[in-house]
Design a protein around this ligand. Structure first.
Ligand code: FES
Ligand SMILES: [Fe+2]
Length: 427
């Protein structure tokens, strides 16, 4: 349970708020590279931490991320013409480069130097892992690039997508670090179904309620769910939480959508658009030799409920809060625990069902919520650190090395001894 004040601090990310100041110390996913696929392509709108922005790729391939509204009379630059190394407002023809410099003013006489005095807000970007990342913080605190293992593997070994969730970012993150819900919310209640779900005979379900452990690190924490399988040992799922909103989970055991064991890791980033909407970036990658083919990925995405056919033009899913996530009561009786199609669609449904910003003063937490409590503590602590002029966790490079791992560990073997080398493969 949190106080009302703490809940406000954690959930508000506009400019000048404590958590807004924390978020502005990290590289933030702003859009997918494929949304601005080539030079001079149409600009796109971006909403990040309550700020309305416009992204474009100029003639030289450089990316601009500007204030959406033209500084002349505030027309949207989304309508702009992306032409010859700049984005031109269609109202009176002011033109800006990727750094926000004004290059030209069509409503001013040729001898006017007013354009040299005019500029618009622009934010630095880097492109990594098929994502355009933006930095909205103080210039002198810009962190090293977001070199997660997934952004560094070959493009053939990685896939990334995004979909929008209509609630506060923290509800998404808290669902992500809550491993206890997985074999309940996502359960397939019969083997006799084609619908995606966690199988009744899987270690996940057989191992029942997990014992949780959380180890704090300088990037966030690692956490495990340990499920007892009797003589076979303990099924250990080891995850990472990287500040402020990254979750990494293993996807290696045989049985995911009927597949054999694979060296795969998946995860999400819950990026605040504003206080009542977030964009979920979903990634999956292979750290082995084999790539993840386009076909394989499409199949995975469908299982999560976000295949291409499931996504609306504004990145919401077709099943959404406006239509009760297309819950199918017959399927709920006979096939899956929820009757909602798609694993992550189920996550989105429960998180949105709490309301746009859940009232955390009304909760009753248990030991199974340990990782959620740890994330809140860490975020609140970070807000104090940043307010005092310090650096929050995870702005260094220690997360470059993290990998999520799952394994059955023999009885009597401590999971850290068994798994830590693989959880930090490059150290
Ligand atoms: S509003 Fe953009 S040039 Fe006038
Ligand atoms: Fe889930």
């Amino acid at each position: 349970m949190l106080s009302r004040d703490e809940n406000h601090i954690l959930t508000q990310t506009d400019q000048g708020t404590p958590m807004g100041d924390v978020m502005r110390r990290y590289w933030l996913p702003a859009l997918l590279s494929e949304e601005i696929p080539n030079a001079d392509c149409p600009p796109v709108r971006v909403k990040l931490l309550g700020e309305k922005l416009v992204a474009f790729r100029d003639t030289g391939g450089r990316i601009g991320l500007l204030d959406e509204f033209c500084p002349h009379r505030l027309a949207s630059l989304f309508l702009g013409r992306n032409e010859e190394h700049g984005l031109r407002c269609v109202f009176h023809g002011w033109k800006f480069d990727v750094a926000g410099n004004c290059l030209d003013m069509m409503n001013e006489p040729p001898d006017s130097d007013f354009k040299d005095k005019m500029w618009t807000k622009s934010y630095p970007t880097v492109e990594a892992g098929g994502v355009v990342w933006a930095y909205l913080g103080p210039e002198d605190r810009i962190p090293p690039p977001p070199n997660f293992e997934w952004t560094q593997v070959q493009a053939t070994h990685r896939h990334v997508s995004k979909n929008r969730q209509e609630c506060n970012w923290l509800q998404g993150l808290e669902g992500g670090v809550d491993t206890a819900h997985a074999p309940i919310l996502h359960r397939a209640i019969t083997a006799n179904t084609d619908r995606a779900g966690i199988a009744v005979n899987s270690n996940f379900v057989v191992g029942s309620a997990p014992a949780l452990e959380v180890d704090t690190t300088d990037y966030g924490y690692r956490y495990v769910g340990v499920r007892a399988l009797g003589e076979k040992g303990n099924y250990v799922r080891a995850y990472h939480y990287v500040m402020p909103f990254h979750q990494f989970r293993p996807r290696q055991a045989a049985g995911y959508q009927g597949q054999p064991a694979k060296p795969h890791v998946a995860g999400h980033m819950w990026v605040p658009m504003d206080d009542e909407n977030c964009m979920i970036y979903n990634f999956i990658y292979s750290f082995g030799e084999e790539p993840i083919t386009e076909e394989e990925w499409q199949e995975i995405e469908r299982g999560y409920g976000r295949g291409p056919q499931d996504i609306l033009p504004d990145f919401r899913t077709k099943g959404n809060i406006g239509n009760d996530w297309l819950i199918d009561r017959q399927a709920q009786r006979t096939e899956t625990f929820t009757g909602i199609e798609g694993i992550n669609a189920q996550d989105v449904a429960v998180q949105e069902s709490m309301g746009p910003i859940v009232d955390r003063t009304r909760e009753n937490l248990t030991r199974s919520d340990m990782a959620i409590v740890a994330a809140r503590r860490m975020l609140l602590e970070a807000s104090r650190t940043v307010a005092d002029g310090g650096d929050p966790p995870g702005v260094g490079t220690s997360y470059y090395n993290v990998r999520a791992i799952e394994s059955v560990v023999p009885i009597g073997v401590e999971w850290r001894d068994a798994l830590m080398p693989d959880m930090y493969p490059k150290s």
